[in-house]
Design a protein around this ligand. Structure first.
Ligand SMILES: [Zn+2]
Length: 161
């Protein structure tokens, strides 16, 4: 029995029990990944889905992946930061989509997007707090029920056999 298996991502060998099998979209074929590469593969897929949604494309071109790598290496941005920023640029600011590119994602824009997100969250929290206060006025307190005393467990019932 082969205990180690090559990761489809990085090519290193790992114990098969530590690896993750990822199936193709058709479900007919599968590849084995080490945990790190499996995480990266899932992250890429999630990132790809969101980028496609924002740009209305079927799959991101190589340029997007190069830009993603540059943003991660240069600024340490996570996928979430990049997506939040793209969402802000195109869905909130409604800037014109010149091309499918992450070129507009830069520190000044990320800061603006983060500030916007924070403001939105504060506003949402205020709304929720206001709703909670309103709700309280309608809640009629239920009469407290006396809790039934728990029946004592008769050990003999368990020892019949
Ligand atoms: Zn790997």
């Amino acid at each position: 029995m082969r205990l180690t298996h090559k990761c489809y991502g990085c090519g290193e060998s790992f114990l098969k029990t530590d690896m993750i099998e990822i199936f193709s979209a058709s479900g007919k074929t599968s590849q084995w990944y080490c945990p790190k590469c499996a995480d990266e593969k899932h992250a890429r897929e999630a990132f790809s889905d969101k980028v496609c949604q924002i740009f209305g494309i079927k799959s991101p071109g190589p340029r997007i992946w190069t830009e993603r790598k540059r943003l991660r290496d240069t600024y340490g941005y996570t996928d979430n930061t990049i997506i939040d920023c793209l969402d802000y640029i195109y869905n909130i600011k409604k800037m014109k989509k010149l091309s499918e590119s992450l070129a507009l994602v830069k520190p000044s824009m990320v800061e603006e997007a983060m500030a916007y997100k924070k403001r939105e969250e504060t506003n949402n929290n205020k709304i929720i707090a206001a709703m909670n206060t309103e709700m309280k006025e309608y809640v009629v307190p239920l009469p407290k029920r006396k809790e039934k005393k728990k029946e004592k467990i008769n050990l003999d019932d368990y020892l019949d056999d």
